[in-house]
Write a protein that binds this ligand. Structure first.
Ligand code: ATP
Ligand code: MG
Length: 560
């Protein structure tokens, strides 16, 4: 996989464009990008695509990528989000050239808006938001000019200055570009450039009560910073003429940046909208933005996704010009591939059943040797204590085995991983006839899992010495949303919430080597999957992914 994931060799239509621009010396060979989140929530897996693209291109072409906070909506933004986003970008493996804020440009943007008014290219409109929207017209019908469209420059300058000074309440006036109310592109029908918001802004406090819209702030921010390639998602394609209109009509002492759009990342069973994700948090469906079921970067970090595997996935799916949806199973296969290479193997029993070895020498502790990672010899081995009382999985024993059940059942011999062959002889039942203990004998000749007489067993099961076991809580996860394409049919994307997305097992038993696990470390519980130690409480584990490659199965089904 190494050559496939080597970022310097990857290409796509945006990188081709950058190459062509460099060849024609359009930006003097300079390449500058930016990742421009609005700090109104935490980043999700969709943002990771934009981050990988923007930072990846800058690094491929010896350029720079800045992190720019598009902080122009005071009501919804918060310092915690700013801090969290900085942390998440670093976690994903990228270092911004600089951390910048659109709000630092408010004065410059105001001056530019004044210059548009002076040129007769902007006016103050007193219509309500509803009137403006009604009068915009439709795709087949032209809009209607505002009754305030032909105000004099002097009147507009006066009103705009009074908007700034806080004289008017919210919603009473806006500044609009004076373009064309019958333009075929709806974005060009006198778009709003400024609105009044008497709200406290995280960074500018109460200094400003008028705020630029995305369309007036974004391109100008790009220009101020010296961005060459302003990369955004397809929904902004129709905004591009406006992006260019603003830049062309301002006296910019800078090169004009250029906007290029790409398809946003969609994943099956996954919501990538901060607003919807916030409602999951606010409705208490999940524990928080960093719940291990959330597709936020904080969520997948808690879940145990390695950032390198996320980058490799983004590189693999590439950049497209049309929207599509990728299978979550494909992302999971990248996670599994990396974890298979890097994670230590350990034994853990999630639903314990007591196994008593009746011929085990009283009090004896036999230190067995467990291989730490068969994919990495240098990871070595660890001692695993074996005693006469072990925990095994309830699932690994059946009093009355169904057909093709090869694991433990009365009279049958199986292998205990890295241990011995054992044969089940007897059980202890509780009052409800549930098996609470299995009694067996072991064959001392089978240490290490081979019988000297060459006899075979059909199953190998894992175990943990009861005396040495560490207690833990293990969270198992299923899809948070049952619908593979949430909201695609026009329904509420949150309508297919899975009521069983998390199963909490509070009685898990871990082998003693897991006492040393670091917060956030992912280990393979043998036969069960990959599990991440919680970031706050290392006695809690989250199942990152199972062992089976569901993606391979999907591919097979599609081919047949
Ligand atoms: P949301 O709807 O979740 O709030 P957004 O696009 O409004 O998303 P921003 O904070 O404005 O969020 O996004 C920052 C950057 O990330 C933008 O350039 C945006 O285009 C990009 N981005 C957001 N979602 C995706 C996605 N699913 N795939 C690729 N890029 C994305
Ligand atoms: Mg946005």
């Amino acid at each position: 996989m190494s050559s496939e994931t080597d970022e310097s060799t990857s290409t796509d239509f945006i990188r081709e464009k950058v190459r062509a621009d460099n060849a024609s010396n359009k930006f003097g060979g300079r390449v500058q990008t930016r990742f421009p989140p609005e700090p109104n929530g935490y980043l999700h897996i969709g943002h990771a695509k934009s981050i990988c693209l923007n930072f990846g291109i800058a690094s491929d072409f010896d350029g720079v990528c800045n992190l720019r906070f598009d902080d122009t909506n005071p009501e919804t933004e918060d310092q915690d989000y700013v801090d969290g986003i900085i942390e998440d970008v670093a976690w994903l493996g990228f270092t911004p050239g600089e951390v910048l804020y659109a709000s630092d440009y408010f004065e410059q943007l105001y001056q530019w808006a004044v210059s548009l008014i002076e040129k007769g290219l902007a006016y103050v409109d007193d219509q309500t938001a509803e009137q403006i929207s009604e009068n915009r017209g439709g795709f087949t019908t032209p809009g209607t000019n505002s009754p305030w469209r032909d105000r004099t420059v002097e009147e507009n300058l006066d009103l705009f200055a009074r908007m700034r000074s806080g004289e008017f309440p919210d919603g009473t006036h806006v500044l609009r570009a004076k373009i064309d109310m019958s333009h075929e592109n709806m974005q060009m029908r006198d778009p709003v450039l400024y609105r009044i918001r008497h709200a406290h802004h995280v960074r500018t406090g109460d200094e400003w009560v008028i705020f630029p819209t995305y369309d007036f702030g974004h391109g100008q921010g790009d220009a101020i910073e010296g961005v060459t390639h302003s990369i955004c998602t397809l929904e902004f394609e129709t905004h591009r003429p406006l992006y260019d209109w603003c830049l062309e009509n301002l006296e910019l002492p800078f090169e004009k940046p250029e906007q290029t759009e790409f398809a946003r990342l969609n994943l099956t069973h996954t919501i990538t909208s901060k607003r919807k994700l916030r409602s999951l948090v606010e409705d208490g469906v999940v524990d928080g933005w960093d719940d291990a079921r959330m597709p936020t970067l904080r969520g997948v970090r808690r879940r145990g996704y390695p950032p390198g595997a996320i980058r490799a996935f983004m590189d693999h799916i590439g950049v497209a010009k049309t929207n599509s949806t990728h299978d979550m199973e494909l992302l999971e296969s990248f996670i599994r591939t990396e974890l298979n290479q890097t994670s230590l193997r350990r034994m853990a029993v999630l639903r314990p059943l007591k196994l008593v070895i009746t011929n085990w020498p009283e009090g004896k502790v036999d230190m067995r040797e467990g291989i730490n990672n068969p994919e990495d010899e240098s990871a070595g081995t660890r001692p695993v204590p074996f005693t006469g009382e072990l925990w095994i999985e309830q699932d690994d024993f059946k009093l009355e085995p169904p057909p093709k059940y090869y694991r433990l059942t009365p009279g049958r011999e199986v292998r205990l991983r890295a241990g011995y062959f054992i044969t089940a002889n007897d059980v202890v039942l509780d009052d409800d006839s549930n098996v609470v203990e299995v009694h067996c004998t072991y064959d001392p000749e089978t240490a290490g899992g081979q019988a000297p007489d060459g006899r075979k067993v059909k199953a190998t099961i894992h175990w943990v010495s009861a005396e040495h076991a560490i207690d833990a809580t293990v969270n198992l996860y299923e899809r948070l949303l049952l619908d593979s394409h949430p909201g695609a049919d026009g329904s509420d994307p949150l309508s297919s919430l899975n009521p069983n997305s998390r199963e909490v097992l509070t009685d898990a038993k871990l082998e003693p080597a897991l006492a040393d696990v670091a917060r956030g470390q992912v280990v393979q519980f043998e036969r069960l999957g990959y599990f991440a130690a919680d970031l706050d409480d290392p006695s809690v584990f989250h199942r990152t992914v199972g062992l089976r490659d569901e993606w391979a199965n999907i591919q097979k089904r599609r081919q047949s």
